[in-house]
Design a protein around this ligand. Structure first.
Ligand code: BGP
Length: 465
């Protein structure tokens, strides 16, 4: 017998600051790495995005009409601290104070991501996450956020997809010249982010004892390509390195033992200073936020160049590592137009695995399908593929709840169309269409899609139909 969705389930949807706001040079905002990095020339830049900065009232009213109980958005660090540290920009605080007030006006719970890919460029110039000073800067920024918004925001997310930032740095753009960090540096950056996150969680619990905070990771279960034992080992390798190593540190206080051996063995383990272990050990999230899009299927490494493949239909992101694992095709799952695996059952499987490991309530902070939606002459958008995608994922989430997984809410990507990281407005995710093309801004008018009205009904019935 299926269990119902919990009574105060946070039905919502998500965005991130740089992908939705625009207004990149307004009201004292400083430059972030997103503003300074190279992005594909044939897709929209982030200068205007969906112009949410100027239209947040209209947008949040539409979110309220949709029935959203939660709105997950991020704060642009550079609106608050244009140089990443030091001088505070009052206008940035005012903007987010207004956004939060607007949510509260409609009874929408704001779920705030503190850092969604957009590191202040001033910090990057001083070494970014390789520099331990960035840890202090993040704590300074966090304290300002908690002081100003802590009494009005109960749910906080520290860092969005740290595992994507570390393992696939190209996913958020590349520094001019396109140089990716060395592996040793990647894991050192990761260590510093972990320390920053741990300190911030501790500070939060001291400042806002009644609030809840957690990391937001992209989690994906891995299937072995066959029942060959070697494939099972390879799938486990990649699941540990891509997912559990990142979730273990904030929840268990130290790296996954297999991942630590992997790093040590290759001479890429981070340098750990005195006191680091205590900092990591002390942190305790209240929940786990999870972004889920797809699963991966993994085979044993062949130990040759064919181990390393490129992700189809996307920017070249390396998958596979000689001697560790290689990607394989899965004949049992579908794919989106952009080559992303669609696997609703894998959602249930990933939820079970995450809950089994951490015993923390789970908040879904992203899930969704990117597609080139079409605006019809009468203003409608028939996105039945999005309805089907979400419907199937909700069915599997309900099964996961029935299995015993504790779920806090569901905030799919995205509340409204935003700039996709590599396909701009050619690939849309929102419940609300934003009328613009890559380089033709039109009037940026908003149109609810078919999925908007469908999701409205889902929320009204607390997912019971
Ligand atoms: C996640 C990011 C989001 C969003 C989403 C869709 O990894 O947290 O910011 O971009 O993926 O990805 P894309 O825009 O590349 O299709």
């Amino acid at each position: 017998k299926l269990k119902p969705f919990p009574e105060h389930f946070l039905w919502g949807a998500s965005t991130s600051a740089y992908q939705v706001e625009g207004a990149v040079n307004e009201d004292g905002k400083g430059k972030s790495i997103i503003d300074m990095y190279e992005h594909p020339a044939d897709v929209a830049d982030f200068a205007v995005a969906s112009d949410h900065y100027h239209r947040y009232k209209e947008d949040i009213r539409l979110f309220a009409e949709l029935g959203m109980k939660a709105y997950r958005f991020s704060v642009a660090w550079t609106r608050i601290l244009p140089q990443g540290t030091g001088e505070v920009n009052e206008k940035g605080l005012t903007f987010y104070r207004n956004v939060i007030a607007e949510c509260r006006k409609y009874g929408i719970e704001p779920v705030v991501t503190m850092y969604h890919f957009d590191l202040p460029y001033a910090l990057e110039e001083k070494g970014g996450w390789l520099n331990r000073a960035t840890i202090d800067a993040f704590v300074e920024y966090a304290e300002i956020l908690f002081e100003n918004f802590g009494s009005n925001v109960h749910y906080w997310l520290t860092i969005n997809e740290q595992n994507t930032m570390i393992l696939h740095p190209g996913a958020i753009g590349l520094p001019k010249g396109g140089k990716l960090p060395e592996k040793k540096d990647m894991y050192q950056q990761n260590h510093h982010m972990m320390l920053a996150q741990a300190r911030v969680m501790k500070l939060f619990h001291k400042m806002i004892p009644e609030g809840k905070i957690g990391p937001a990771l992209n989690l994906t279960a891995m299937y072995p390509a066959t029942c060959a034992p070697e494939d099972a080992i390879a799938a486990h390798n990649w699941e540990v390195l891509r997912c559990w190593n990142f979730a273990d540190v904030p929840t268990k206080g130290w790296y996954h033992p297999l991942a630590w051996s992997y790093m040590e063995d290759r001479g890429i383990a981070p340098e750990v200073l005195e006191g680091d272990r205590e900092i990591l050990k002390d942190a305790a999230p209240d929940f786990l936020a999870m972004n889920y899009y797809s699963t991966a299927t993994i085979a044993a490494s062949k130990g040759d160049a064919s181990d390393v493949a490129a992700r189809a239909g996307d920017q070249q992101i390396m998958l596979g590592e000689q001697g560790v694992y290689r990607p394989a095709e899965n004949p049992y799952v579908g794919k989106t137009e952009y080559g992303w695996v669609v696997d609703p059952v894998g959602f249930r499987y990933t939820l079970r695995k995450a809950y089994e490991r951490y015993h923390l309530p789970i908040l879904i902070t992203e899930n969704g399908i990117g597609a080139p939606d079409v605006l019809e002459a009468d203003g409608s958008i028939h996105d039945d593929y999005r309805i089907n995608f979400i419907k199937e994922h909700l069915q599997q989430m309900r099964l996961a709840i029935t299995d015993g997984v504790e779920m806090l809410g569901y905030c799919p990507w995205a509340a409204i169309d935003v700039v996709s990281t590599h396909q701009g407005y050619r690939k849309r995710y929102g419940f609300i269409y934003v009328d613009r093309e890559e380089f033709d801004l039109k009037e940026l008018k908003r149109y609810p899609k078919d999925s908007y009205y469908w999701y409205q009904q889902v929320i009204r019935e607390n997912g019971s139909s």
